[in-house]
Design a protein around this ligand. Structure first.
Ligand SMILES: Cc1ncc(COP(=O)(O)O)c(C=O)c1O
Length: 393
């Protein structure tokens, strides 16, 4: 039962302090941080983002070796997302906070589908896990490229599935012909990753569309688009439009990469409403309210997304140019990481770079003499390329 005396005294307190509805925004000290900076300090959002770059580089250096091994966003979340996280403070004790539906709607609008085509998950890894469970991968078969992001094949193996790992072709692209040939009557799920991890390669749009639309007539296809936001190819399209055409396709997207929210665990499935319904039966819970608020704000913060994409492009170009100058082969990266031929075991590269203050990716069999490096801030990449030649000595 509510306590009327408490309600009254709370209302009185709000009145006397001037903190009634609407009053909070009028107090400069209580403005959201990024707004306050703009109003009080005369700093534009663009300048604020530029400062973020310096701050991120400094903070990361203080935290230890520079993390260039997990394809994380080096800038942290958008300042607008940071402010939105605080809104979650009111709701963190609630079940079913309204932000859950709001972020579903915001993301649906972002990718151009109705909200019932979207499932909000705890990171996109949960999309992959629910797809494996919902489509009876246990005891069945799966077709995946190799190497690729390993969560789904690993999970399927724990479910005693037969996982057909189809080696990449000689351009390090998915071998769609071989994958197609491997799909059989017991295939429960097919996985593609675009851009692929660890190779950072983007598939030819026409080839991928042809493959996906024919494969999905025989088994549902998961299209992992975790790195979609970093792609620089003009006119590049998501596979989401195939979903709205009614195909059995599940597109997975994440808050972890361009939005910098990996630790807050938010992801999305985009699929036909009947598939969304089926996947939702296998979810283990919902993302935390802070992550949902942060992602809702970040999706609207197109300036921040453009900033991260531009900085990633700068760092990626710097690294690819340096690799070219050193005579090393690298794939045409369309992600926030670069994959290059080291000519020696990846473990040796890890040891060398760690001595220089950087952590880089592990080995990805069968490419054990290749190295995957995530793109840090431009300053970090300048420092990285200055020690790069020593790795090949
Ligand atoms: C291709 C790909 N998909 C999914 C993920 C997992 O992302 P999330 O943090 O959304 O679970 C990663 C993480 O590195 C990835 O590389």
């Amino acid at each position: 039962m509510s306590d009327p005396s408490f309600s009254l005294s709370r209302r009185q307190w709000l009145r006397t302090t001037g903190l009634g509805l609407g009053a909070t925004v009028a107090l400069p000290g209580l403005l959201p941080a990024h707004e306050a900076t703009r109003v009080l300090g005369g700093v534009s959002y663009r300048e604020l983002l530029a400062r973020l770059e310096q701050d991120a580089t400094t903070a990361r250096r203080l935290a230890g070796p520079v993390r260039l091994m997990y394809n994380e966003n080096p800038f942290g979340m958008s300042p607008r997302a940071k402010d939105a996280v605080m809104a979650g403070w009111t709701e963190h004790t609630w079940y079913e906070p309204p932000i859950r539906q709001q972020v579903r709607e915001t993301f649906a609008a972002h990718v151009g589908v109705p909200p019932e085509y979207v499932l909000v998950t705890q990171g996109s890894s949960e999309v992959l896990a629910t797809a494996a469970l919902a489509y009876g991968v246990d005891g069945g078969e799966m077709v995946v490229p190799h190497p690729t992001f390993e969560d789904l094949p690993r999970y399927a193996s724990t479910l005693k599935a037969t996982v057909h790992k189809i080696p990449l072709d000689d351009r390090m692209d998915h071998d769609f012909y071989a994958m197609d040939a491997r799909i059989g009557s017991n295939t429960k799920l097919v996985f593609v990753c675009n851009p692929n991890n660890p190779t950072a390669t983007l598939h030819d749009d026409r080839t991928l569309r042809d493959f996906v639309t024919t494969a999905c007539k025989r088994a549902p296809v998961v299209v992992d688009e975790a790195y979609y936001d970093f792609v620089d190819v003009p006119g590049h399209r998501s596979m989401v439009d195939l979903v709205t055409k009614g195909e059995s396709i599940i597109v997975s997207r994440t808050a972890s990469k361009i939005h910098g929210l990996a630790g807050l665990r938010v992801g999305f499935a985009v699929a036909r409403p009947d598939i969304i319904e089926r996947l939702s039966q296998y979810k283990t819970g919902d993302p935390n309210v802070f992550g949902l608020h942060a992602m809702n704000a970040s999706l609207r913060d197109t300036e921040y997304q453009a900033f991260v994409k531009q900085k990633n492009r700068e760092g990626r170009t710097l690294l690819l140019d340096s690799l070219r100058a050193a005579g090393r082969k690298a794939t045409a990266s369309q992600g926030n990481f670069v994959f290059f031929h080291a000519g020696k075991p990846a473990a040796d590269m890890q040891r060398y770079f760690l001595r220089q203050g950087f952590m880089v990716g592990r080995a990805f069999p069968p490419y054990t003499d290749w190295c995957r490096v995530s793109i840090g801030t431009p300053d970090e990449m300048k420092a990285f390329v200055s020690v790069l030649p020593g790795a090949f000595a």
